[in-house]
Design a protein around this ligand. Structure first.
Ligand code: AMP
Length: 215
């Protein structure tokens, strides 16, 4: 069983690669962003509380996301966990270490998906996902089929995130550099950090991640 973190700025391709790993290796994707959006869609108290923070592109408090992750880790995952978009602060990183230790689990690798900022704006402002199956599309690089139906599941539910606009992205990038990028040093010092070039084609990134997991 392998447990990994995918680390990188918004738009680096963490979600896309996590989906691939779920399919190819039977791992379980734990995306705190997805969990928070689900809470919002369900109209829960917590969902309402975080809606504005997410729309602005700021981070929600550590206790909320740590609580979400704690519940999911307790459910277990035979194929291992992919932490996608978590941890995002040093406090979350410490908490994850403790949660894994409590469950007798180890962290096998932290994979940095390195990309340059210029690419992120273009990637994020054009992206959409299928509401039926979560397949990721992009207006320029992977447009929806001409009939408007998802090539994977046939749904025509095109979802665009409210925070995928240039204004929120500026805040999300600032949050990343201020609060999340210190995790690169944190995990490097622990000897867990591996880096892949996230600007390559999706398949090439997937191959590099597979090589890290096999090493
Ligand atoms: P994502 O889908 O990972 O881009 O996350 C979308 C938004 O959810 C972020 O911009 C934050 O507002 C919030 N969020 C997701 N994960 C976390 C986290 N680990 N810590 C704090 N806020 C988070």
């Amino acid at each position: 069983m392998t447990n990994i973190i995918l680390l990188g700025p918004p738009g680096a391709g963490k979600g896309t690669q996590a989906r691939q790993l779920v399919e190819s290796r039977g791992m379980v994707q734990l995306s705190t962003g997805d969990m928070l959006r689900e809470a919002q869609a369900a109209g829960s108290e917590m969902g309402k509380k975080v809606a504005e923070v997410i729309a602005r592109g700021e981070l929600v408090t550590d206790d909320i996301v740590i609580g979400l992750i704690r519940e999911k880790i307790a459910e277990g995952a035979e194929g291992g966990f992919i932490f996608d978009g978590f941890p995002r602060t040093l406090g979350q990183a410490d908490a994850l270490g403790e949660l894994l230790a409590e469950m007798g689990l180890t962290l096998d690798a932290v994979i940095e998906m390195a990309v340059d900022d210029g690419a992120l704006v273009a990637r994020i402002t054009g992206r959409s996902t299928c509401g039926g199956c979560g397949e990721v599309y992009h207006d320029q690089t992977k447009p929806w089929p001409a009939d408007g139906k998802c090539g994977n599941c046939g749904s025509s539910d095109v979802k665009r995130r409210a925070d995928d606009n240039e204004e929120s992205l500026k805040t999300r990038l600032m949050e990343y550099y201020k609060k999340t990028s210190p995790l690169l040093g944190y995990y490097y010092a622990k000897g867990d950090l591996r880096s892949v070039d996230g600007l390559q084609a999706m398949e090439a990134v997937a191959a590099d991640i597979a090589a890290v997991l096999e090493a």
